[in-house]
Design a protein around this ligand. Structure first.
Ligand SMILES: [Zn+2]
Length: 391
């Protein structure tokens, strides 16, 4: 299973200690594993803080907040956290200063994932006591972080949780309650810890279709944290036959097809289909998840002239792809909020995710951590095959 392969690679990554987790509810915070510190001590020491900062009168280095940072002092540790709201892709770092770092000290950034504190990245603490850890801001969402500093000869330090919201670079319209999931209980979502391999069937597509698929997937990735990997072309047409397509082809296929070549696939007026296939799985806390393991989008090529290539004004192919791919990652239609891409009908000039779209995409996204299929899980038909109609 590719999930296991991915986990192994992640574990091997020297900067991440993905296997050691503590449950926040279990009060296991006192169990400090120095072996974990030794594990990451093999990382080449990079003191990205650079030269020591300003010193107080005693000559000890001190940490000075930069614009937009939140200085928080803990016993034995000062931390310059990013602001509570940061723009996606802004490249923030968490800077810290340990007052008595000891030998071989390690600072670890942890994130609360479905109630489980999970290591994000670790770094050695410099002799001066300083360290810097990059804070992931590559996708939207509400995150809860904390820092742990461990090492020989010092008491471990663990900060309380601190929240960081990663926001888009534009102001989304609409309401953040305006979304619906294809599967709500349990939630249907992909495993964000494994890249989703996709192929395109461009036999009946117009020029530039692949570029638009990639543009729409980039917008999905920004909103979910899901990662997509292009595998090439295919002749598969999702939904042309019952059940999933051959899983060895790809995890996700986006196709254009002539309606006459697949009779009955499109009802009158329908110009695209999109949806997921799901099976039973669980998250890192053992909670149930409907794991999306395959996604499909099929466009009716008879409507090609209606969709303008690219994004921007008018009925655009990128907006239609965002909507269909939204179904493929677990979103259903929402009504009563015209700002949402997941409204049942395509609209002019609506090619940015609305506030509800973003909330829904977060609910099916990487914020919620890895998904593992249950041992007994077998592929079964998705709960819904959603339809897109033109308004
Ligand atoms: Zn739809």
């Amino acid at each position: 299973m590719s999930t296991e392969r991915s986990r192994l690679l992640f574990w091997r990554h020297p900067a991440a200690v993905a296997t050691r987790r503590t449950r926040s509810a279990a009060g296991a915070v006192a169990a400090i594993s120095l072996s974990a510190a030794l594990l990451v001590a093999a990382v080449p020491a990079v003191d990205a803080v650079g030269p020591p900062g300003p010193s107080d009168r005693s000559g000890a280095p001190r940490l000075v907040a930069r614009p937009g940072e939140r200085m928080v002092s803990y016993p034995g540790l000062a931390v310059a956290w990013p602001a509570s709201r940061v723009s996606v892709g802004s490249g923030y770092a968490v800077r810290g200063l340990v007052s008595a770092p000891g030998v071989g000290a390690t600072a670890t950034l942890q994130r609360l994932v479905v109630g489980v504190w999970t290591d994000v990245i670790s770094t050695p603490v410099a002799r001066s006591g300083s360290f810097v850890l990059p804070l992931p801001t590559f996708y939207f969402g509400h995150f809860s972080y904390r820092l742990r500093v461990t090492g020989d000869g010092v008491d471990p330090v663990e900060t309380p949780a601190l929240s960081v919201v990663v926001v888009p670079t534009y102001r989304p319209r609409g309401r953040d309650t305006s979304y619906a999931l294809i599967s709500t209980s349990p939630v249907g979502r992909w495993d964000p810890c494994t890249p989703i391999g996709y192929r395109v069937n461009l036999a009946e597509a117009r020029q530039g279709a692949l570029r638009d698929v990639q543009s729409a997937l980039a917008r999905i990735a920004l909103a979910t944290g899901l990662q997509f990997r292009y595998l090439g072309t295919t002749d598969v047409v999702p939904f042309a036959s019952d059940g999933p397509f051959d899983p060895s082809v790809a995890d996700l296929v986006v196709a254009w097809t002539d309606p006459e070549s697949v009779p009955g696939l499109f009802q009158p007026g329908i110009y695209a289909l999109g949806g997921p296939e799901m099976r039973s799985g669980h998250d890192v806390a053992g909670g149930p998840v409907r794991q999306i393991y395959q996604g499909g989008v099929t466009f009716n090529s008879a409507f090609n002239p209606v969709l303008k290539p690219g994004s921007g004004e008018g009925y655009t192919r990128v907006a239609a792809l965002m909507h269909e791919l939204g179904h493929a990652v677990g979103l259903f239609h929402v009504t009563g909020d015209g700002a949402e891409v997941m409204s049942p009908s395509l609209a002019r000039d609506r090619d940015q995710w609305g506030a509800g779209d973003l909330a829904g995409l977060e609910a099916v996204g990487a914020v919620n951590g890895c998904v593992t299929p249950d041992a007994s899980a077998r592929g079964n038909r998705g709960d819904a095959q959603a339809l897109l109609t033109r308004d």
